[in-house]
Design a protein around this ligand. Sequence first.
Ligand SMILES: [Zn+2]
Length: 592
Amino acid sequence: MARIPEEIIDEVRQSNDVVEVLGQYLSLKKTGSTYKALCPFHQERTPSFVVTPVKQIWHCFGCGKGGNVISFLMEHDKVSFIEALRTLAKRANITLPSSDGYKEGAHDLLYQANEFAAKFFQERLTSGIGTGAREYLKNRGVSDQSIEFFRLGYAPNAWEDLLKEAGKQGLSLPLLKEAGLIVARDEGTGYYDRFRHRIIFPIFSLSGRVIGFGGRSLEQNPQAKYLNSPETPIYHKGRGFYGFCQAKSPVQDAGKAILVEGNFDLIIPYQHGFKHILATSGTALTPDQARLLSRYAKQAVVCYDPDPAGQNATDRAIPLLLEAGIDVKVAVLPPEMDPDLAIRREGEQAFAAIIESAITFIEFKVMRARLMSDLSQVADKSALVNNLLNLLALVSDPVKRRLYIKELAEAAGLDESFILELARKKEGFKPEGNGQDVPQNNKPDWEGEILSILLRRPENISTILPELSVQGLASSRLIGLLKKLGAIYQDTGRLDGAGLIMKFEDREEQSLLSGSLVHKELPDDSLDSADNDTQLLSDYLIKLRKQNLKPRLKDIQQELKLAEKAGDSILVAKLLRQYQELSSGNSGNKTE
Ligand SMILES: [Zn+2]
């Protein structure tokens, strides 16, 4: 079996939401930002099976199994990785390459039709017929390089241009219609081109295939300035971003994204070096988009138009991003500006400054409330605080939530303890069940604690690993796992989520990982998390040492007694040395 490209595996995983898929098998109950269910893999009466949508993973604290959406299907249906992948690909209408390298599946023709159309539009833009369109793009500051990179095109001002060309290539009418490229005439006879006299922006899948188009009219007074492909079996509005295929790596590298509305708002900044940028293009931000983004970045700067529509869209995007675990900031553009204009008129440095000085979502809400109400009035102020607390309830990370509360107190000019008091009274605002009501093993799991901190702070792996490798201190499984994680971190500079789990084929390793990714979040009162983690790490090492060394020391004592009885002074000396080394806790420095 030929190996399936990682990009496609990623695409399959990301197109199958863990909650949606597992929800078909289990009855999931929402508790805060996670879901719980009775575990399908062991007998239980109280649920210890947890699904975390933000991280797209699941874990059972009863039997210890866990993983991502693919491993769930493997475990549940007792099927191989490939079989699970096929099922999920089918569910998401994604075509997997088959073993002989040829594409298979019902949607191949659709991809072909889209690719044909993309080439057709590109060719029309460069031909004589596209002179006006090229002029337009030039006036809007789009470079030739960008035209090529984003594969921009032109749909001519004609009714059957694409239709006829497609016919010559042997593409059938029903196929073109299914791809959304042509529209049936009202009279019921024949078809015409959907996109006419428009600049064409191809929309790509994560793996770079053309799945649809957006078109910007070149008419003076168009009926619709922008027109998108309709929903087709391979194109779903609001599932991806415009530009995601191109900006994916920059977003991942930066760990953050600039969110804009329109196609030009993306292309122009991208062209000027702002490559970690995504456009919602044609829809308001959807929960799917927020979730998708959260797998690549933990911070977003929303940079929508300063007009009321843009500001309302910003307002609606904030809770979706927070719920997906993304820190939200809002860029404040001067009136009548958008990112495209800001760069072209004010220059890239001015735009960089606008992004740099983005305000927090709390400041944004306060700013809006000031415009729409009178914050010197108690009622208005308390409505704002209430509103913001509802937003903060969506933040699942307790440390972040505390920071936000502090900020909220400052912004509202109220005492932090007063806000905390209000927060405590609020429904859904408790530090939720990060496994407290989950059955505990009799032995505390210090290895798991250490692993979960190292997943948060992978930069510590290289220093902790030698300490853990000391004889008997940590299990060989943890050591092996950390070695792999250390290598991945060195390679990619990051460790997180369901994508990470995919890199581990061993199901036990997957379960260990999901366990540490799901249930361990920082204690509620730890504000300074980095320092706190360092402290916790050394505490846990001491605890692990105590836990694991006690039995080892007992063994040595036994052996010592025997050696003394036998009069073996060399062995006695050796055992004594070992005992001292182990019990003094600095055995890591010796190599014997
Ligand atoms: Zn279980």
